[in-house]
Design a protein around this ligand. Sequence first.
Ligand SMILES: [Ca+2]
Length: 481
Amino acid sequence: MLSRRKLFPLLAGAALSAQAPKKRPNIIFIMSDDHAAHAISAYGSKINKTPNIDRIAQGGTRFANCFVTNSICTPSRGVILTGLYSHLTGIKTLNDKIDPAAPNVAKHLQASGYQTAIIGKWHLVTNPSGFDYWKILPGQGLYNDPVFIEMDGSRKKYPGYCTDLIGDFTLDWLKKRDRDKPFFLMCHHKAPHREWTPSAKYKDLFKDVEIPEPDNLYDEHKGRAGAAERSRMRVGQDNTKTDLKMDPPPGLEGNALRKWAYQVYIKDYLRCVQSVDDNVGRVLDYLDEDKIADNTIIIYNSDQGFFLGDHGWFDKRFMYEECLRTPLLVRWPGHTKPGTVNNDMALNLDFAPTFLDAAGAPVPKDMQGVSLKPLLEGKTPKNWRTEMYYRYWMHLGGGHSVTANYGIRTQRYKLIYYYGKALGSSGAVNQDTPPEWEFFDLKTDPREMKNLYSDPGSQKLIAQLKLRLAKLQAYYKDTPA
Ligand SMILES: [Ca+2]
């Protein structure tokens, strides 16, 4: 006779098989590199149109407040794959590698019966693990005639433009996939990363157009922490000839140089975005042609945001809105209501748990993110987060001289602590500075131009936020500087 323990799973199995088996969704995660939300028309861009990325917003949910936990390429990729903060992945800077033996979301999905693939920019030093198929760029990769690393370790150069090639390889894989299994596909574009080389198709786009300037292009960072002024990411002054592909007109300096360089920079950046948008469209078209759109979750995201001349800058790394925020658009027919906007606070930390939850796979308890599935279905849990923790570590590896910082962002306020170390791009110049704080009221000052840290009326609130910051830091198992 069967024991009760043995009988129970049999009964459970019988009950399940009586229902029609629910088809698990395919998941396509398209990620670009450095694509700010304010260069996507679905996010209200004043400078370009992205008709294909917008299709995802029209058919699904646009997250208005998705943030990264560390605004830089390699660490962000580590967070997305593991659902852990950078201090736990160990991937704190561009020089850190992902441990191939450590768990990641692709491995978990693979174990639950998914076929998994990653195509494009990987940027985590060691080769991918947990993927049935991969084809990646070495490091940053090249815009034209790029080399890709194949699964057997060989390197092959492909003629053409990187964004279009990643689109080609993505479609090739989709066509050849095993149709008996659901799939998880990561399609990672290199664009629109610096040095912003457009394709031949778009080299003359915006040629005779003046792109509107952000209202704080000539920001002098008055009243802000010294970190802003110390950083080296000023449009014009800190752009290289490789960035601008030409020398500035002779005699141009100061704001006139910035004005000129902004047009050169932003046009190339937006031209690169246009190719990404085209290739998002190709994937969407394929889903329709193959009749799998109804059972496929398609996501558009960037590894973080970017300064598009905001505060006078290019690049990212700071906790300011333009690069803390990342675009997140998700279309999941039958789950997301077309054209919805979600204002809840989502993090890239949540992506791995979301993929697993959507696939019906267990979410490991040690993952620090939370599944966004209820938000996608318009049912935000009552206890959903109202504040987030951020930390930037790249001072350890140099680059743009951005001071180490961490902070808390609530729905209305932001408190940032700069803890006093910044290395120059060469990694050699150590600028030890006293720690500094910044405090912003995002409701009255959404552009973060007024640091209220010394404002007498804000002291009580700042003291409360410091306590909350310490609590968040402890909750996520990080330690103060
Ligand atoms: Ca990036």
